[in-house]
Design a binder for this molecule. Structure first.
Ligand code: 5GP
Ligand code: ZN
Length: 138
């Protein structure tokens, strides 16, 4: 379950050196080369899945507890005040590497705004139409 042309497959396998924070049989956690903040980590499964829609449940299940552990380590070790978990799926969502990865981004007091959006407005009819389309496609 590996893509020979995928850089994250090669990093996860240890073929390309990385600043590794954690490793087990299923995943490797590395520091992002273009960090949003100091300590920005990427959780990489060792198997290749393009995005979360391909990730099997058994591969997904351990990732959230691991992300929590990494976030706590960032608060204790780096002094951040909180952290964001970010996970992009598809080019439109900002995904640049098509190998599933979960970002753990430390957030520091007084640091720059990120992972934020301006709340939009929607009519009850628009909300109902969106709800119907989503429920019908679950
Ligand atoms: P995406 O935009 O796909 O959610 O995130 C991809 C992330 O991978 C970016 O934050 C980018 O800085 C990081 N990245 C891309 N190539 C490499 C690499 O070769 N090594 C590491 N450590 N990070 C990378
Ligand atoms: Zn891959």
């Amino acid at each position: 379950m590996r893509d020979e042309n995928c850089i994250f497959c090669r990093i996860a396998a240890g073929e390309i050196p990385s600043e590794t924070i954690y490793e087990d049989d299923a995943c490797r956690v590395i520091l992002d080369l273009g960090p949003a903040s100091n300590g920005h980590m990427l959780i990489l499964p060792k198997d290749h899945y393009a995005d979360v829609t391909e990730l099997p449940e058994e591969a997904a299940a351990p990732l959230l507890p691991l992300a929590a552990r990494l976030g706590k380590a960032a608060m204790k070790g780096l002094g951040c005040a909180g952290f964001n978990l970010v996970q992009n799926n598809g080019e439109a969502a900002g995904q640049t590497v098509r190998h599933f990865h979960l970002h753990v981004i430390p957030r520091y007091e007084g640091g720059p705004a990120m992972c934020a959006w301006t709340p939009g407005e929607q009519t009850p009819e628009e909300r109902a139409a969106a709800g119907k389309a989503l429920r019908e496609n679950l």
